[in-house]
Design a protein around this ligand. Structure first.
Ligand SMILES: [Zn+2]
Ligand SMILES: [Zn+2]
Length: 255
C-alpha cells in the first residue's frame, strides 16, 4: 500500500514537472526532467550539478546563540557582537547558507513564485541539520506568519512553503495557524536594530489558546538582527514554551 502511494506520488510529480518545468534554484534555468547517468535514464535532480557547488553553507565557528558565522577576530568567542549586545528570546538559532551566496535564489523564491526551490532547500536542510533538529524534541514547526493581505497578494508565504517541505522530511508537524501577524509592518530593509524592534511591537498574536508547546522551531527565510523571530519567541515564552529554536535559510556575517 505504502509503495503504491509512493509510486503514485512520484508519478504525479513527474506529470506536474512536465507541465511546469522545474527551475534550478541557483541559475533559474530549467532542470531536465530526466538525465542519462551510468548508462541509465534517471529522474533529473532539483539543481544542476554544476550549480550545486555554488551556495556556501554555514560552517566553521558560529555564534552559540544565533548561529551566525563569526568573523576572524571573533573566532575564539562564544557569541557574535550582536548577541553580546542584545539578548534574545530564543535559545539557539541555526542557519543553512551564507546569505550572499544564495540571495538571488531567495529573492526569486519570495517574490517571483519559485516555490519549487523549497524542495532543494528542505533537502539540504535535512541533510545538514536533520539529525540535530530531530534530537531537540521539537513538537511543532512554526513558520513566521505573513500579514493576511500581503499573503493573498503574493499568493503564498515562503516561510510556510519551506516549513511544509521540511516537515515532510523531518516528520515534525508544521503549525502555521497558531500565531498570526496582526499588524502590517513597514519593510525592515534599511532599519537599524532598534527601529526593527519598534516596528514589530505587537505585530504577532497567538490565536490558538488550546495548543501549548514545550518546544518549538520557528522558521524564517533570512536572519538579519533576529528581531522578527525574537518577537514571535517572546509571544510563545509568555504561553509557557520552554525551548525555542530558530531555523533560517540564510544568515549574514557580523557587520
Ligand atoms: Zn543551475
Ligand atoms: Zn549571535
Amino acid at each position: 500500500m505504502w509503495t503504491e502511494n509512493k509510486e503514485l506520488k512520484e508519478m504525479s510529480e513527474i506529470v506536474f514537472d512536465l507541465f511546469f518545468p522545474r527551475r534550478c534554484p541557483i541559475c533559474d534555468d530549467i532542470v531536465p526532467l530526466f538525465t542519462y547517468s551510468k548508462g541509465k535514464i534517471v529522474r533529473g535532480g532539483l539543481i544542476h550539478r554544476e550549480c550545486a557547488q555554488k551556495p556556501r553553507l554555514v560552517k566553521g565557528a558560529t555564534c552559540m546563540k544565533c548561529g551566525k558565522p563569526l568573523i576572524k577576530t571573533e573566532e575564539d568567542e562564544e557569541y557574535c557582537l550582536d548577541c553580546k549586545k542584545h539578548g534574545h528570546y530564543f535559545d539557539r538559532g541555526f542557519s543553512l547558507f551564507e546569505y550572499r551566496s544564495i540571495s538571488g535564489s531567495i529573492y526569486r523564491f519570495k517574490y517571483e513564485g519559485r516555490r519549487e526551490y523549497s524542495d532543494y532547500y528542505a533537502d539540504i536542510t535535512a541533510k545538514r541539520l536533520g539529525k540535530r533538529l530531530k534530537n531537540l524534541g521539537i513538537e511543532a514547526i512554526i513558520p513566521v506568519p505573513m500579514y493576511d493581505r500581503k499573503r493573498s497578494d503574493r499568493g503564498y508565504n515562503q516561510a510556510e512553503v519551506y516549513s511544509e517541505k521540511l516537515s515532510e522530511r523531518l516528520g515534525i508537524p508544521t503549525c502555521p495557524d497558531v500565531i498570526k501577524r496582526v499588524k502590517s509592518t513597514v519593510p525592515m530593509k534599511g532599519l537599524d536594530a532598534r527601529a526593527r524592534r519598534n516596528n514589530l511591537k505587537k505585530a504577532f498574536n497567538i490565536v490558538r489558546n488550546d495548543v501549548k508547546f514545550k518546544c518549538i522551531l520557528i522558521i524564517d527565510d533570512i536572519y538579519t538582527t533576529g528581531s522578527t523571530v525574537d518577537e514571535i519567541a517572546h509571544e510563545f515564552r509568555m504561553t509557557g514554551t520552554d525551548r525555542i529554536y530558530v531555523l533560517t535559510l540564510a544568515i549574514g556575517q557580523t557587520t
